[in-house]
Design a protein around this ligand. Structure first.
Ligand SMILES: [Fe+2]
Length: 455
């Protein structure tokens, strides 16, 4: 759709508190990100806040189902830990993109000043400049609801150690919010790693250890003392989120060897069978066999973006990309040449228990069936010869098309399934689901508490 060209701004200063309550829809991402739709249900006009790329289809479906017009898509700040879906969502629904002027995001038409309001019909969304986590950070107040992005999290605050963040400025921003907004204000953060979606300013004032630090110098000292690791995928994500550079559909294995030897391996989804994975794999990668992708989409979402799709030679990884794109999952890059090319480029895979390969299982099964057809055709009934012919035809088709029904069937057998994702060093479960170098800070004192989750 063509975006609306004229930004729609209401006059600053009009109070939103006397206006009707907004409808708020929260979308939770497995990596802890939160995206929101905020709507005037009567006027049927809506605003999207921080849409994650993985959630674009869900947000679009909800807007269409409700019969809303999505007037605005707003990024609270430049995201360094996940791919923004703002450009994609705005393009699908013809919305105006909104961000602070200092964000310098390509394709953003509206840069509100501090205190300006977005017109949602009967509702107004007041945009406040909230620097600290980043210099371009905005928070959005709609009625009694405050969308805090990464400025104020539930029981935590944002980190300030990259993208021009500043701990003292964050302290000033938090004090301003506490002074200007009442305790009853409902806060909706940009992240939460414990599954919580909202709190109130009063609850945070009483229970958030960072808000208990009343002196600016003490706050700065605590926040800068123990910075968590930076997101390893930050450069790729900034290219997408700032410049609109697409995530490459494929990359040569040689370009990735360095990253995969470190934390970059957590981005790898190995789509080979469980048996192949167990035999050897990239240390720290995650196993989701090709035929299981459709019903394990949440595990794909839980894998940090951009995701790297891996198989033995690259063919199944290409197929995996097509499958995932049909599921509206993006930020996917195929590792060209697969594990064999990585090995040739110098990466040494981690070896596990040697098992009978799927290819050998197919050969054994096909041979056994052909032999049985011949023997039973001779001893029992000539009709059994058809079994040998059927197996032979299947092998010819498999050779010509590179699609093997028997292989797919065998891959689903319990002795093959049991190995999937179970190899030592695989990045499955909670470890891979945690955000890589996310935006939350550790708890004051340096301990990585419930609000300081990162990997
Ligand atoms: Fe952030």
């Amino acid at each position: 759709m063509t975006p609306r060209t004229a930004p729609i701004l209401a006059s600053p200063g009009s109070s939103s508190r006397a206006l009707p309550a907004p409808t708020v829809v929260t979308f939770a991402h497995p990596q802890g990100c939160r995206s929101y739709l905020v709507a005037d249900a009567t006027a049927r006009r809506a605003l999207a806040i921080d849409p994650h790329l993985d959630l674009v289809a869900e947000l679009e479906a909800r807007v269409r189902r409700e019969g809303w017009t999505l007037d605005y898509v707003l990024d609270t700040h430049t995201h360094a830990d996940h791919p923004s879906g703002s450009a994609a969502l705005a393009a699908r629904l013809g919305s105006v993109r909104v961000a602070h002027a200092r964000a310098h995001h390509r394709g953003v038409a509206l840069h509100p000043e501090d205190g300006q309001e977005l017109d949602l019909g009967g509702l107004r969304a007041r945009v406040l400049h909230a620097p600290g986590h980043t210099p371009d950070h905005l928070v959005v107040a709609v009625g009694n609801e405050l969308f805090t992005g990464d400025t104020l999290l539930i029981g935590g605050v944002a980190r300030t150690d990259f993208l021009g963040g500043d701990a003292g400025t964050l302290f000033d921003t938090l004090q301003r919010l506490l002074a200007e907004l009442g305790d009853e204000t409902v806060i909706h953060p940009g992240h939460d790693y414990e599954g919580r979606t909202e709190s109130t300013l009063g609850a945070e004032r009483r229970g958030n250890p960072w808000l208990a630090l009343r002196e600016r110098a003490a706050f700065v000292r605590a926040l800068t003392a123990n910075p968590p690791p930076r997101p390893t995928n930050m450069d790729d994500l900034l290219g997408l989120n700032r410049e609109g550079h697409p995530i490459p559909a494929a990359l040569p294995a040689a370009e990735l060897v360095g990253a995969l030897a470190g934390e970059g391996a957590a981005r790898v989804i190995d789509v080979r069978t469980g048996v192949e994975f167990e035999g050897e794999h990239v240390r720290g990668s995650r196993s989701i066999p090709l035929h299981e992708l459709a019903h394990r989409a949440d595990e794909v979402r839980a894998t940090p973006a951009p995701r790297l799709l891996l198989c033995r030679t690259g063919a199944r990884a290409e197929e995996a990309r097509r499958v995932l794109e049909r599921l509206d999952l993006g930020a996917l890059t195929v590792i060209e040449g697969g594990l064999e090319a990585l090995r040739a480029a110098g990466l040494e895979p981690e070896r596990g228990r040697a098992r009978l390969s799927l290819e050998r299982q197919v050969r054994i099964a096909a041979g056994a069936l052909a032999l049985a057809g011949a023997v039973f055709g001779f001893l029992v009934h000539p009709a059994f010869h058809a079994l040998s012919g059927f197996v032979g035809a299947g092998l010819v088709v498999a050779g010509l098309t590179d699609w093997c029904g028997m292989g797919l069937l065998l891959a689903r057998m319990p002795w093959n399934r049991a190995a999937a994702g179970a190899a030592p060093g695989a990045g499955g479960g909670c470890a891979a689901a945690a955000p890589v170098g996310g935006c939350a800070a550790s708890a004051p004192g340096g301990a990585c508490s419930l609000d300081g989750k990162r990997s």
